[in-house]
Write a protein that binds this ligand. Structure first.
Ligand code: ADP
Ligand code: MN
Ligand code: MN
Ligand code: MN
Length: 348
């Protein structure tokens, strides 16, 4: 038997305006948990050269589907040398907020869109000019319509082998653009798993010589952008439609704050075209893919369920988006509970 396993430590760096995921590996004696570790923060925009050590604190680990065997992926929070959360550590504030609102039993499901690039152009796009206009690519099949399926399928299986809650995958509206979904899970689970799934996507595409990007508007013009639709419910919303409406109204009251934290270059993507609502407006509606927040039709029919916040960019940080949604919606629920008679009417 081997005496050690390999732990791939994964963390989120300090790159501006969009933080990137980084990793490095260490051997750990078999049977031991991955310990605290450190890295050179001056090479990740997280420290100055004279006080460069940042601490890696393991917070979530799973099987490593790339190396296989007993090897592990180890997602970490970044701490300062005094063991307090680093300013770039957006997970630590979510831990607090998730604890504060745990009694609402929040669930999130995140749809991660991304684009595969072959060098400077989207995978499968012609050397010069553009592919045929959008229309046939979404959930397409065939070599003229989808590009990169071996990567996408390998990534889905890798997520399953790692034990992540991947709900599915689909080809998107723009050729070379794809989506996978993580959840529904609690706030910390969905965000941790999404970051590991992003790392796996980059890592698997790397073996194909392909680069996956979360840039929200990878091709200017009449091509869809890439988002991270964030589906959300609490136990109240899973029982009463009044809370579905109340959640939408609460999100509308803090629209600017959410937009400012839903990923860099959001104004490039939320134009009011290509299945988006302009970032300057807030609208919610049943089945409306041009709204900021969509109430799925089956939710309107069942009079309970969840809502879809369509605003987050593909490059949004799920630690930030889930925290804001939780805070905004659950604070409103606690401030003004829905009248008991309205609940009773729906309970009938
Ligand atoms: P779309 O129709 O927008 O493409 P998807 O099927 O891609 O939707 O994604 C929907 C996501 O919503 C899935 O990840 C699913 O797990 C999640 N979801 C389903 N029910 C709930 C719920 N009650 N609360 C939160 N998320 C949910
Ligand atoms: Mn989807
Ligand atoms: Mn999509
Ligand atoms: Mn969606």
């Amino acid at each position: 038997m081997k005496s050690s396993y390999i732990a791939e430590y994964i963390w989120i760096d300090g790159t501006v305006p969009t933080q990137k995921v980084r990793s490095k590996a260490k051997t750990v004696p078999m049977g031991e948990e991955p310990p605290l570790w450190a890295f050179d923060g001056s090479s990740t925009y997280q420290a100055t050269g004279d006080r460069s050590d940042c601490v890696l604190k393991p917070v979530f680990s799973c099987a490593d589907p790339v190396r296989g065997g007993d090897n592990r992926l180890v997602l970490c929070e970044v701490l300062l040398a005094d063991m307090s959360p680093h300013p770039t550590n957006k997970r630590a504030p979510l831990v607090e907020v998730a604890k504060r609102f745990a009694s609402h039993e929040p669930w999130f499901g995140i749809e991660q869109e991304y684009t595969l690039f072959d060098g400077a152009k989207p995978l499968g796009w012609p050397e010069n000019g553009f592919p045929a206009p959008q229309g046939g690519y979404y959930c397409g099949v065939g070599a003229d319509e989808v590009f990169g399926r071996p990567i996408v399928d390998k990534h889905m299986v890798a997520c399953m082998d790692a034990g992540l809650s991947i709900a599915g995958i689909n080809a998107e509206v723009m050729p070379a653009q794809w989506e996978f979904q993580i959840g529904a899970l609690s706030p910390l689970e969905v965000a941790d798993q999404l970051w590991v799934a992003r790392w796996l996507l980059y890592r698997i595409a790397e073996d194909f010589g392909i680069n996956a990007t979360l840039y929200p508007k990878p091709v200017k013009g009449d091509w869809n952008g890439a988002g991270a639709h964030t589906n959300f419910s609490t136990k109240e919303m899973r029982e009463f439609f009044d809370y579905i409406i109340k959640a939408c109204e609460a999100l509308g009251e803090r629209h600017e704050l959410h937009i400012a934290n839903y990923g860099h270059a959001i104004e490039e993507r939320l134009t009011g075209r290509h299945e988006t609502c302009s970032y300057k407006e807030f609208r919610y509606g049943v089945s409306d893919r041009g709204a900021s927040v969509r109430i799925p039709w089956q939710v309107a029919r069942n009079q309970k369920g969840y809502i879809e916040d369509r605003r987050p960019n593909a490059n949004a940080d799920p630690y930030v988006t889930t925290r804001l949604i939780l805070e905004t919606v659950c604070t409103a629920f606690e401030r003004r509970p829905v009248a008991a008679h309205a609940q009773a009417a729906h309970a009938r």
